[in-house]
Design a binder for this molecule. Structure first.
Ligand code: PMV
Length: 314
């Protein structure tokens, strides 16, 4: 049996997913909206083997990362009725300074390569549902450009999107993240008094962002993007114990984005489960913004990313 390889690109949520309605199936408590990026991707190859294994960027993995991949392979065996064991080799193509190695591109590539390897004939929606089992955000990386995730557990592309969006990724630390997103969102859901408010106010943000995209209103979209990320991080800060992903430099970059905006450069920040700041802008302003953000002392890299392709087989 021939090896199968697939590529999937990272996506960054503009309206965040944070919290699960169901642990077992990894169903999200809210929808979300993301941009798949051209600059960062994962290539994953599956080959027939005596037992399951994972090599990530040339290194054999045996801990939590391997466990999640092995669980996913078990799910593929269940769906297909085939008992193949697999060697999984995965490479993250992310500029080293960007520090964006992501479970989204990883599980989207694994879902696509895995479906082919196990002989499953899945359409985009079913592939997206499969990727979600590995990681909630991976469901969106199946699709190019803007993707909307539904609480039913699958994503779909957002059509009629007249804005030319770009993200400028500002690297703010070389440290590994202290606590992964899965653990942090569960802690938020279980202990943060702000979590119910996060869930109950989320749909309005998502609807507003989709309406802003369709109306071509960049500023209306940007305001909701900052609101969604700040609300997500506030809910996490109010968990017990309280946690945050910002580094001092992340806050400096966030403040710089506000001041650039006051000076007439339309840009809005978003942060995920890590210290890096991603700044949303329109393509026409991307290079000016990249120049400005590169001048901030301490920033180790600034990468410009535009809309990227959906997941594909090689
Ligand atoms: O699917 P996960 O476990 O990688 O969680 C993603 C969480 C955020 O990146 C913070 C938000 C999002 O919607 O991608």
């Amino acid at each position: 049996m021939n090896p199968v390889s697939a590529i999937a690109h990272t996506n960054i949520a503009l309206i965040k997913y944070w919290g699960k309605a169901q642990q077992q199936n990894n169903l999200p408590a809210t929808g979300s909206l993301s941009l798949t990026l051209d600059a960062f991707y994962t290539k994953t190859t599956l080959s027939l083997a005596e037992s399951d294994s994972l090599i990530l960027d040339g290194q054999a993995e045996s801990g939590e990362r391997f466990y999640r991949v092995a669980q996913f392979l078990g799910h593929l065996r269940l769906l297909s009725g085939k008992s193949f064991k697999c060697a999984v080799a995965s490479e993250n193509h992310v500029p080293t300074s960007a520090g964006l190695a992501s479970s989204a591109s990883g599980f989207a590539a694994l879902a696509l390569a895995g479906a082919k390897f196990f002989g499953l004939d899945l359409d985009g929606k079913a592939l997206s549902e499969l990727a979600r089992i590995g990681s909630g955000s991976a469901a969106r990386s199946i699709f190019p450009g803007l993707a909307r995730m539904h609480t039913a557990g699958y994503a779909e592309p957002v059509l009629d999107a007249p804005l030319d969006l770009c993200l400028v990724v500002v690297s703010c630390s070389r440290k590994q993240k202290a606590i992964d997103s899965r653990e942090a969102m569960n802690l938020t859901a279980q202990t943060s008094p702000y979590y119910p408010a996060w869930v109950s106010t989320h749909q309005a943000d998502l609807d507003g962002a989709l309406a802003a995209i369709q109306a071509g209103d960049f500023d209306a979209l940007g305001r909701l993007v900052e609101h969604s990320t700040l609300k997500m991080h506030a809910s996490l800060m109010a968990a017990q114990p309280g946690l945050w992903y910002f580094e001092p430099l992340s806050l400096t970059v966030m403040a710089a984005v506000h001041s650039l905006r006051q000076q007439g450069l339309p840009a809005y920040f978003t942060l995920d489960a890590g210290p890096h700041v991603k700044v949303l802008c329109e393509q026409k302003n991307a290079e000016a913004l990249q120049r400005e953000l590169s001048n901030i002392v301490g920033v180790s890299g600034v990468t410009l990313a535009g809309p990227g392709p959906g997941a594909y087989l090689l």
